[in-house]
Design a protein around this ligand. Structure first.
Ligand SMILES: NC(=O)c1ccc[n+]([C@@H]2O[C@H](COP(=O)([O-])OP(=O)(O)OC[C@H]3O[C@@H](n4cnc5c(N)ncnc54)[C@H](O)[C@@H]3O)[C@@H](O)[C@H]2O)c1
Length: 264
């Protein structure tokens, strides 16, 4: 895949960084767009000569368009887009979440995804070839106490389906992944002092562990690849069984590792 060229928003950290490294390790070109220029440059450096990083706010269409112009002069035409940019939200009741703050979180995920699809997806559709992977979440399907994040992630599933149909005959596939709790800085944001009691998360995850960013990147890479040529408009949970286990709550949650498996 020597001319495979993938733009990764939010590629300076976590799932985006793991995706950038996986794509470049397979010989693809990578364009990283992130607010964090320094971390983006470090990831690009770790990817080798086929990656470049630009500081860009994925929520600002002018920023993204300007980045596209710069990338066009350094990389082959874009064949893939992965939308990882977005900020975490602190769980809280509606009374403690002012409208402006709620809008900021929605924009951080939904607006960024929309803008990158509009800029890079439209360019791919014009050339008749490409694939997009958006970042949804288990909270797209099972709401929690994050009132901006969950609705934004639910909307990303809907946007993914709409764009998949819209571009189906223009050679651009659009899919999403819905990670469970994944071991990145997102899970332990600075306002929590980079700390978090993971016990409730591990209890809610049948596999009993966090996902690793490299594992999410593998699924993203599959969706970008020719192996997924007939897959479009779908969201793949990568969650260690979290969504499947939600009906187990009234029965005490999913079985713990200590519980023996016995046949009667
Ligand atoms: N980590 C998890 O448990 C988890 C679970 C489900 C979904 N997700 C989703 O996966 C995606 C990546 O998450 P992660 O865990 O890798 O997070 P992360 O915090 O490690 O990385 C996110 C990156 O996005 C960048 N970013 C934020 N806003 C931006 C903007 N407006 N423009 C450009 N860059 C911006 C940040 O600087 C950071 O480098 C997010 O959309 C997140 O909602 C994460």
């Amino acid at each position: 895949m020597s001319d495979h060229c993938v733009i990764v928003t939010g590629g300076a950290s976590g799932i985006g960084a793991a995706t950038a490294r996986l794509i470049s390790a397979a010989g693809g070109y990578v364009g990283i767009l992130d607010l964090n220029a320094e971390a983006g440059a470090a990831v690009a450096e770790s990817c080798g000569k086929r990656a470049i990083a630009l500081r860009a706010d994925a929520g600002d269409e002018n920023d993204v368009k300007a980045a596209h112009v710069i990338l066009q002069s350094h990389l082959p035409p874009v064949t893939g887009l992965v939308n990882c940019a977005g900020a975490p939200e602190r769980p809280r009741p509606i009374e403690d979440c002012p409208v402006d703050e709620w809008t900021r979180i929605i924009d951080s995920h939904l607006r960024t995804t929309y803008i990158a699809c509009r800029v890079f997806g439209s360019a791919m559709a014009t050339r008749g070839f490409g694939a997009i992977v958006n970042l949804a979440s288990v909270l797209s399907f099972r709401p929690g106490p994050v009132l901006g994040y969950g609705p934004a992630k639910a909307a990303i599933v809907n946007l993914t389906e709409s764009l998949a149909v819209y571009w189906a005959r223009h050679g651009v596939r659009v899919n999403a992944v819905a990670p469970g709790w994944t071991d990145t800085p997102f899970l332990r944001p600075p306002e929590r002092g980079h700390q978090r009691d993971l016990t409730p998360i591990l209890r809610a995850t049948p596999m009993g562990r966090l996902m690793r960013p490299e594992e999410i990147a593998e699924v993203i890479n599959f969706l970008l690849s020719p192996a997924a040529r007939i897959v479009t408009g779908t969201t793949i949970p990568c969650d260690g069984g979290v969504i499947a286990a939600s009906g187990w709550a009234p029965y005490g949650g999913p079985p713990a590792a200590a519980e023996p498996v016995t046949a009667s």
